[in-house]
Write a protein that binds this ligand. Structure first.
Ligand code: TAP
Length: 471
């Protein structure tokens, strides 16, 4: 339908009408608070403010930039319990996990607070002059953050981007904006100049899309689904905009017969049901060497049934609810009537988007529960016959984000670790994210790396300058 002149003239006002989004507590289904959603024009204004603020921020001396980031970390540290309570209410994370997540924001800020004084260039020998390189900030960086780990994922982009002298606009997920909004306030309380970090709640298709489309935003850091990540990459291509993508996963937990089977079985549930399985690193395909499958399943059952699922505000709770009713429906679609449920953990009755830890076995390798990222507490168990088959099964996915290898044989651990096409592996452990080591995916799990000593490279451009010494 064609719109008349009057309608076109009214459009800017209509677009500015403040929309509200009501955040729901996933454990109670009760509203927590309503959050104003930024419009397209408001996003443009925020980008303009960020671009202006960045000009001054890049000139703040390295020592002062580091000091301000350390103050920011101290503010976060002083508000760990408050941030954790917000994440419990707004995202349903167990309180112990939420405290750890807020602590991660502090730690990531502290780690990158040491970076401004260490943004060291090179002096390269050349004839007739001096050749030096500078690590220049990009300008305005847009962070598009998902709902599954609102605090850590925000900090992974925010801290190195700020340390390198960029201004940041962070768009939290619509469902989980509360901790990001508070972290934005803490930055100001710590003395960060206004508009150097702006948190802009709003719809992905509005605020996120505008960050992608606006030429003054020089880089996008996106974490979320592979499908939206592909659209973002295509959008960034129009401006040759820098992009880091952290996308989905379907990682394997490979258990060999020579492993400590007791420990492998006792820890396997936590490698997939942490955050109710809403974790891109979830080891959601357990591959077990056929000779120890029965023993492994015997040991896995009590471990799964022992997971403490319940009120996320209660100390000791290990697993909370899913994020929303729609997401629970999506997760449940992978366990249709007649699905091969080997055993279930517990889940509370009554309000809340609860879903019990669920183990499916045996599952055909073309079943969608085996091939697709479920992002919920559902895991499949599949036997394999030898090392080559284990590697082939682990790699039989478009994803490649994380994974675990359980074996008592060092040579095998190294061979399999080199053979599995994935960005983050752990041997006889399920650890994957440490802020001082690189994190990111192979294949359709993403592009680029976050965290670790090299993250600043993703937020700077190398400038080469030659200075003639001849008269
Ligand atoms: P996405 O739709 O990918 O959302 C992630 C972020 O992107 C959110 O902030 C979202 O905003 C924003 N977004 C959505 N459409 C956009 C667009 N066109 N332009 C710019 N930004 C946009 O993920 P989801 O719907 O939350 O979850 C869907 C599935 O993605 C999950 O089931 C899971 O499989 C996967 N997922 C993976 C991860 C990780 S860590 N890899 C994290 C979350 C989800 P809104 O909040 O407004 O939608």
């Amino acid at each position: 339908m064609r719109r008349g002149k009057a309608a076109r003239e009214r459009a800017p006002t209509a677009e500015r009408e403040t929309q509200q989004y009501t955040v729901i507590n996933p454990a109670t289904e009760q509203p927590v608070t309503a959050v104003a959603q930024a419009s397209g024009p408001e996003t443009d204004e925020a980008i303009a403010r960020a671009a202006a603020a960045q000009q001054a921020w890049r000139d703040v001396s390295p020592g002062d930039r580091g000091r301000l980031l350390r103050s920011f970390a101290a503010e976060v540290d002083a508000h760990i319990d408050e941030l954790a309570a917000l994440e419990v209410a707004g995202s349903g994370h167990p309180v112990g996990a939420a405290r750890w997540e807020a602590g991660q924001v502090r730690d990531v800020l502290m780690y990158y607070a040491a970076a401004p004084e260490r943004l060291i260039g090179k002096q390269i020998p050349v004839a007739g002059g001096l050749d030096v390189t500078f690590a220049e900030p990009l300008g305005v960086v847009g962070l598009i953050v998902p709902w599954n780990f609102p605090m850590p994922i925000l900090s992974w982009g925010m801290a190195p981007a700020l340390a390198a002298g960029n201004a940041v606009i962070a768009k939290p997920a619509q469902m989980t904006p509360l901790t990001a909004i508070r972290i934005g306030e803490l930055a100001l309380a710590a003395g960060l100049p206004e508009h150097v970090l702006q948190v802009l709640p709003g719809k992905g298709g509005v605020v996120g899309q505008r960050l992608v489309d606006h030429p003054a935003v020089r880089k996008i850091v996106f974490t979320g689904s592979t499908e939206v990540g592909q659209q973002i990459m295509a959008g960034c291509a129009r401006h040759v905009k820098r992009v880091t993508l952290e996308l989905g996963g379907k990682s394997a937990n490979i258990v060999f017969a020579d492993a400590d089977i007791e420990r492998a079985a006792a820890t396997a549930p936590y490698a997939v049901f942490d955050n109710a399985g809403q974790d891109c690193c979830a080891r959601s395909r357990i591959l077990v060497e056929a000779g120890v499958l029965d023993r492994f399943m015997e040991l896995l059952e009590p471990a799964v049934k022992g997971i403490r699922v319940g009120d996320p505000a209660a100390e000791g709770t290990e697993m909370g609810p899913l994020i929303s009713a729609a997401h629970r429906e999506h997760v449940a679609s992978y366990v249709p009537e007649g699905a091969p449920v080997a055993f279930l953990g517990s889940a509370p009755e009554g309000p809340g988007f609860w879903y019990p830890p669920t183990v499916l076995a045996p599952v055909a390798t073309d079943d969608r529960a085996y091939t697709e990222e479920i992002f919920g507490p559902v895991v499949t168990v599949t036997p394999f016959s030898d090392e080559a088959e284990a590697i082939a099964l682990a790699n039989d996915t478009p994803y490649g984000l994380s994974g675990s290898i359980w074996t008592g044989n060092v040579g095998r651990a190294i061979r399999v670790a080199r053979g599995v096409e994935t960005g983050n592996l752990s041997v006889n452990s399920h650890s994957s994210v440490r802020y001082w080591t690189p994190f990111g995916g192979f294949k359709q799990s993403g592009l680029g790396r976050e965290l670790g000593p090299d993250a600043l490279d993703a937020f700077t451009e190398t400038k080469n300058v030659f200075i003639a010494t001849q008269e």
